[in-house]
Design a protein around this ligand. Structure first.
Ligand code: BG6
Length: 508
C-alpha cells in the first residue's frame, strides 16, 4: 500500500495454466497493467508442465475476457500486455529444471528490484518448489526475492507447521507472502481507516459501549466444481480459520503505533492470543456446523451438498460454520464475537455488525416504540460496500414516535472510481515489497491453534443431523441456539432485502 520504489520486477508464476491464474491472477495483472500500476519494467514467466508462450497468452486472454472487471480486453492494450508474458515448461518436482530456470531468469547485471515466485499450485507442491528454488540459489537475495503462497496452508496446525517449515528452511520470514485475499478487499482495508483515522470511534470501541459483534460472510453459491478441495476442507478451514478471523482481528485490535507491516500484524496477533481457548469438551457451546440440503437459490431448485458433483453421498463435511469467541483482554472482556459463514445461504452478503449496548434508562413513554432496534454500526464488506450507522430518530409529527433510521456511507456514491479487486491490491503490494496485508507465520499458527479443538471434535464425532439446513436459508437452527443461549439473536444483515421490501422498493 505504500508508494512503490520497485521499477523493475520479474514475476515467476508457478501454475500459470491453472484455475487460480486463469480466474484471478491473470485478470488482476491485466487490470494493473491498464491502470498503469505495474512497475515500469515488468515481465512474467509462466511455468507449468505443459505450456508455451502462445498457449499461455491464449489462456490468459480467455481468463481476462471472462473475469476482468474491465471486461473483454481492448486489442491494442492486450497485444502490449501479452508481450510481457513468456512461458517455461518444467516438472516442478524435478530439481534439474530449477537450474535451467535460473539461467532463463539471469539478466546479468541488470537485476530486477523484485523477483517474485508465486506458487499458484496445490500446497503439496510448495515444498518441492521451495526446495527447487533453493537448490538453484534463487532464494538468496533476501531483499529482492519473494515467495507467495495462498491457502490452504495445511488442514490443521501440524500440517501448517510442516508446510511453513519447508518454506522457512530456505526463505526468511520477510520474503514469505502468505495471502488471504480478504485483506486485499477495499472495504476490509477501510476498517483500519475508519477506526484509526477518526477520533470518534475509539472512545466507544470497547466493552462499556459494545454489546457484541457479529461477522457474517454468507454465500449463496454451492460447492460448485471444487469438490476435490472442499471435501477435505469444509467451512471452518475454508473461511473461518482465515478470512473471518482476519476480519475479527481488524475490528478488535489495539491501535498500531505506526502503519507498518509488523506493528499491525503484532496487534492482530494479540487478538488471536487473547481469544479464550475453546474447551475440547465444550465445543457445542462455542461452535455449530451445518450442511445444506436441497432447496432454492434465486428461484431455482438446487441440490443438497451430498447430491453435488463428486461429493460423497454420506459426506460429513460442513458447508456452514458458526463460532462464538471471547477475547480476554481489558477492551473486550465478556463481549462475544459471533462469526458465521456458509454456502447456499439465503443471500450473498458479508458484513460486520457492531451492536451497541441499550440505553441505561428509557425516559420515553412505552408507546414511542423505543428499542425496537438497537443502535448498531454495520461495516458492509460485499456486495454493497459501505458503512451504515443505524440509530433511533423521532418521526415527524405527533404523537411522539421513535424509529430506527440509517446514516449511510457508500463507496459507489462517494468515490467516482471502481475499487481495485483484492488480487490487484495484493499483487501490487508484493511487487512493492509491502507485507502489511499478508499473514505472518505466527498469525496463521495462532488461528489454527484456536480452532483445533473444534476441528478435532468435528472429525471425531460425525454430525448426526446432516444435512441440517435447506439451501436458501440462514443456516441450521443450532446456530440460532448458539446466540440465543446468550439472550441474543443473529442480527439480520443490513443488505437483506425481504420479500415485502423488494415489492415496495424499500430497503432497510
Ligand atoms: C475463498 C474460499 O477463499 O473465498 C471460497 O475458498 C469462497 O470457498 C471465497 O467462495 C469467497 O471469496 P469472495 O472474494 O468471492 O467473497
Amino acid at each position: 500500500m505504500h508508494e512503490s520504489t520497485t521499477n523493475h520486477a520479474q514475476l515467476v508464476l508457478f501454475g500459470a495454466m491453472g484455475d487460480l491464474t486463469w480466474r484471478l491472477i491473470g485478470p488482476a495483472l491485466y487490470n494493473l497493467y491498464c491502470d498503469k500500476q505495474l512497475p515500469a519494467r515488468f515481465s512474467v514467466i509462466g511455468i507449468d508442465r505443459d505450456i508455451d508462450a502462445e498457449r499461455l497468452r491464449q489462456r490468459w486472454h480467455d481468463g481476462v475476457s471472462r473475469f476482468s472487471r474491465q471486461g473483454a480486453p481492448d486489442d491494442a492494450a492486450w497485444q502490449d500486455f501479452a508481450r510481457l508474458l513468456d512461458a517455461h515448461a518444467m516438472d516442478l518436482t524435478d530439481t534439474a529444471g530449477y537450474s535451467q530456470l535460473k539461467s532463463l531468469l539471469d539478466t546479468g547485471n541488470d537485476k530486477p528490484d523484485a523477483q517474485v515466485f508465486y506458487l499458484a499450485v496445490p500446497p503439496r507442491l510448495f515444498g518441492a518448489v521451495a526446495d527447487g528454488l533453493a537448490s538453484a540459489d534463487l532464494h538468496r537475495e533476501r531483499n529482492r526475492s519473494r515467495i507467495v503462497v495462498e491457502k490452504p496452508l495445511g488442514d490443521c496446525l501440524e500440517a501448517f507447521q510442516a508446510i511453513d517449515s519447508t518454506l522457512r528452511a530456505h526463505f526468511e520470514e520477510k520474503q514469505i507472502y502468505r495471502m488471504d485475499h480478504f485483506l486485499g478487499k477495499e472495504t476490509v482495508q477501510n476498517i483500519l481507516a475508519m477506526r484509526f483515522a477518526n477520533p470518534i470511534f475509539e472512545p466507544i470501541w470497547n466493552r462499556r459501549y459494545i454489546d457484541h459483534i457479529a461477522v457474517t460472510v454468507a454465500e449463496d453459491i454451492g460447492v460448485g466444481h471444487r469438490a476435490g478441495y472442499y471435501e477435505h476442507a469444509g467451512a471452518l478451514r475454508d473461511m473461518v480459520q482465515n478470512h473471518l478471523l482476519q476480519l475479527m482481528c481488524l475490528v478488535a485490535m489495539e491501535p498500531p503505533v505506526a502503519y507498518d507491516a509488523d506493528d499491525i500484524r503484532d496487534k492482530k496477533l494479540d487478538v488471536l492470543r487473547a481469544c479464550r481457548p475453546i474447551p475440547p469438551d465444550q465445543v457445542e457451546a462455542f461452535a455449530v456446523r451445518g450442511q445444506y440440503a436441497g432447496g432454492w437459490n434465486r428461484g431455482q431448485a438446487v441440490p443438497g451438498y451430498r447430491d453435488e458433483e463428486n461429493i460423497a453421498p454420506h459426506s460429513n463435511v460442513e458447508t456452514y460454520a458458526a463460532v462464538k469467541l471471547l477475547v480476554d483482554n481489558w477492551r473486550w472482556q465478556n463481549v462475544p464475537f459471533y462469526l458465521r459463514t456458509g454456502k447456499r445461504m439465503a443471500q450473498a452478503v458479508s458484513e460486520i455488525s457492531i451492536r451497541f449496548r441499550d440505553i441505561p434508562h428509557n425516559a420515553f413513554p412505552a408507546t414511542t416504540g423505543l428499542n425496537s432496534q438497537p443502535v448498531r454500526l454495520v461495516i458492509q464488506i460485499q456486495p454493497q460496500e459501505g458503512i451504515i450507522l443505524k440509530f433511533m430518530a423521532k418521526e415527524p409529527g405527533s404523537p411522539l414516535r421513535l424509529r430506527p433510521v440509517d446514516m449511510r456511507f457508500s463507496y459507489a456514491n462517494t468515490f467516482n472510481k471502481a475499487s481495485p479487486g483484492a488480487y490487484e491490491t495484493l499483487l501490487r503490494d508484493v511487487l512493492a515489497g509491502d507485507a502489511t496485508l499478508f499473514m505472518r507465520s505466527d498469525q496463521v499458527e495462532a488461528a489454527w491453534n484456536l480452532l483445533m479443538p473444534v476441528l478435532d471434535a468435528w472429525t471425531d464425532n460425525p454430525a448426526p443431523d446432516f444435512p441440517n439446513y435447506p439451501a436458501g436459508t440462514w443456516g441450521p437452527e443450532a446456530a440460532e441456539r448458539l446466540v440465543a443461549r446468550d439472550g441474543r439473536a443473529w442480527l439480520t444483515p443490513s443488505q437483506v432485502i425481504t420479500q415485502d421490501q423488494s415489492q415496495t422498493g424499500k430497503h432497510d
